[in-house]
Design a protein around this ligand. Structure first.
Ligand code: ADP
Length: 197
């Protein structure tokens, strides 16, 4: 479960997140809907401890991100699909992440299968389309087999097949009892993807 209580973030006098409180329950896809600039990414960064709130607190399964003993085994996140070293192969990128977190090498092949990138595992990420990069980002988020997933605008720029794939994957992961928070500015997409907004 994710819990945000009274979260506020102000950047140079501009309020990005304004006393926001919510809970995200396991077992369903929760959509985080709002126009561009509404503060969705900022909220996700606050939950992940990548930014410090001016007020309030965000917890994942009852703990702040920094207090989690094994963060990647608890929570996976896709914030920015392009944040991959372009010269590294998909498999090597995942292997590096797995080794840095003490995760078994076998997880690399498992997540490559999950996202359908096994055939291009040896290709450099710099040659990937946006859709393939999104898949690689989801593979990285799933490496630690986390119970909690945060995805920031994962369908942006994807073709219809990619959109459908992400939609079905999120529903499948929710049926496994995971906590899924997915942001979007697309009302139609959230209407067919999210169980809860
Ligand atoms: P969303 O994800 O809903 O599009 P953001 O969280 O990216 O919204 O942005 C919310 C507001 O905070 C915007 O006005 C944005 O310009 C501002 N903002 C976000 N990050 C920063 C930052 N690091 N420094 C200054 N302003 C920021």
């Amino acid at each position: 479960m994710i819990e945000a209580r009274d979260l506020t973030k102000v950047y140079s006098g501009k309020v990005a997140v304004d006393h926001l409180s919510f809970t995200v329950q396991p077992g369903r896809v929760t959509g985080f809907l709002g126009p561009n600039g509404a503060g969705k990414s900022t909220t996700m960064r606050l939950i992940l401890g990548l930014d410090r709130p001016d007020s309030g607190v965000a917890t994942i399964n009852g703990k702040r991100y920094a207090e989690l003993p094994n963060p990647l085994r608890t929570v996976g996140a896709l914030l920015e699909a392009k944040s991959v070293h372009g010269g590294r192969s998909a498999a090597n990128h995942l292997l590096f992440l797995a080794q840095s977190q003490g995760l078994p090498k076998s997880r690399v092949d498992e997540v490559l299968d999950l996202v359908g990138l096994r055939d291009v595992a040896a290709k450099r990420a710099g040659t990937f389309s946006l859709g393939m990069n999104q898949r690689l980002g989801i593979a990285a988020a799933m490496l630690g087999d986390p119970q909690v997933l945060l995805l920031d605008e994962p369908v942006n720029g994807l073709d219809p097949e990619g959109v459908l794939w992400i939609r079905n994957l999120l529903k499948y992961l929710a049926t496994q009892g995971r906590t899924i928070l997915v942001s979007s500015h697309l009302m139609n997409e959230m209407a067919v993807t999210a169980d809860h907004l």
